[in-house]
Design a binder for this molecule. Structure first.
Ligand code: ADE
Length: 418
């Protein structure tokens, strides 16, 4: 079996951590038990380009239990948990191509090695596997039935490919499932971003001016959690609806160039590029901490930061101190890569449970129905979404009401008014 990981000797620690995550992944566990019996993915090769974490390991084990040949490469150069990669290879015989801290050349080499396994279904987090397939590796396209996509950024890229007519197979947008973005993007990103900042810096958040760039689901979650830690939260936005929502949620809203003047911490979480640029670095206070929790490391213009500085040193792991030409210091976390997965462990398992339950069921759907799909981006069907929510509630021992016959009739009628 081919693989490329840091050190197979790390497997024992990884195995324990995978088991720890499994305990929290109650929905995925039930899917895995069914997959073991029914083998719905027998003989299907699934190429996954995901963050190599304990939660992803449990997804890989679920796909394998369903009969799939699963191969995994990293969806980010800094998010790989090397001991997890080792355990997947040594204990579970799943080929992994991922090393934490790999350079860009190795990152794409690993994507290519995963594609060499001729996947029938692709599973992306950010669409790098699919974009490589559609550019440098067109030779592998004929094997592919369809794909799935985990994240907002990836879905945006894929929809733009479909709009331009260049997407060559159907893709299910897992991100668009309610049981994904309502929970993973909001509570997962909210908690894990704070976790990454605190592990990297060990700063006190109480009383700090904490700027959140972007008030999508991830930004909302982060703002909510930062406020809970006692920070003064400021939101920046370009969308008037989201900005209005932020105002009515009780936050101060202002342009980034104003927020940057008073910020102690700024986190970008927009999905767009250069949210922090030269004009913002110019006005930041001495000691300002900047981090990114959006998918790609494009949100902070690091070249502009370098241009205004005359030296960089790593003052703590994942903290680079930039000495600005005018004497100020600005601290960049995790090289501008997603701080929650670089400096911490990403979202907790109990929320990834629902995201990856969607992934497993989307792969099953693509295998069984993909032949009838068009070359476009599909949502996760409502019945899958509702079933995942139902199973999650059940595992939390939370029960809900059911409509009476009278109520159902009322909801289906129009005759009854005042
Ligand atoms: N994305 C965010 N958190 C993650 C995690 N723990 N595992 C995989 N992908 C993630």
């Amino acid at each position: 079996m081919e693989f490329d990981i840091k050190d197979p000797g790390l497997a024992a620690g990884g195995k324990l951590r995978i088991e720890w995550a499994e305990r929290q992944m109650t929905v995925l566990r039930q899917i895995r038990a069914r997959f073991e019996k029914e083998k719905p993915l027998a003989g299907v090769t699934i190429g996954a380009c995901l963050h190599v974490t304990t939660e992803t390991a449990n997804l890989m084990l679920t796909l394998k239990a369903g009969g799939a040949n699963a191969v995994l490469c990293a969806s980010n150069p800094l998010s790989t948990q090397d001991e997890v990669a080792a355990s997947l290879v040594k204990d579970y015989e799943i080929p992994v191509f991922a090393i934490k801290g790999e350079d860009s050349k190795t990152y794409y080499q690993h994507i290519n090695q995963a594609l060499d396994m001729k996947p029938n279904i692709t599973m992306d987090d950010g669409a790098d596997l699919i974009s490589t397939l559609h550019s440098d590796r067109k030779d592998m396209l004929e094997n592919v039935l369809g794909g799935t996509e985990e994240t907002t950024t990836g879905v945006i890229r894929l929809k733009s490919m479909a709009k331009q007519g260049v997407l060559l197979f159907p893709v299910i947008a897992v991100n668009d499932a309610f049981t994904k973005h309502f929970f993973d993007n909001r509570y997962g990103t909210g908690q894990s971003t704070i976790d990454g900042i605190l592990r990297a810096t060990n700063i006190l958040l109480a009383g700090k001016n904490f700027v959140v760039g972007g008030y999508g689901w991830c930004g909302r979650g982060l703002a909510m959690r930062a406020e809970g830690m006692g920070a003064n939260v400021i939101i920046t936005e370009v969308d008037p609806l989201k900005a209005l929502e932020a105002v009515m949620d009780g936050y101060r809203v202002m342009p980034m160039v104003e927020a940057a003047r008073i910020a102690d911490i700024i986190v970008t979480i927009t999905g767009d590029m250069h949210v922090l640029d030269a004009v913002h670095f110019n006005v930041m206070k001495d000691g300002c901490i900047v981090a990114n929790s959006g998918h790609f490391n494009v949100e902070i213009n690091i070249d502009a930061l370098k241009d205004q500085s005359n030296g960089v040193r790593t003052i703590r792991e994942f903290v680079e101190e930039y000495s600005m030409n005018d004497g100020r210091k600005i601290f960049l976390l995790a090289e501008g890569r997603l701080v929650n997965l670089s400096a911490a462990e990403g979202h907790p398992a109990s929320v990834m449970d629902m995201s990856f339950a969607n992934q497993a069921l989307a792969a099953e759907l693509m295998h069984t129905k993909g032949k009838d799909f068009e070359r476009r981006v599909y949502s996760v069907p409502e019945d899958i979404d509702k079933e995942i929510a139902r199973l999650k509630l059940e595992s939390m021992d939370t029960h809900i009401d059911v409509l009476t016959a009278e109520q159902e009739k009322y909801l289906a009628s129009w005759e009854m008014g005042t």
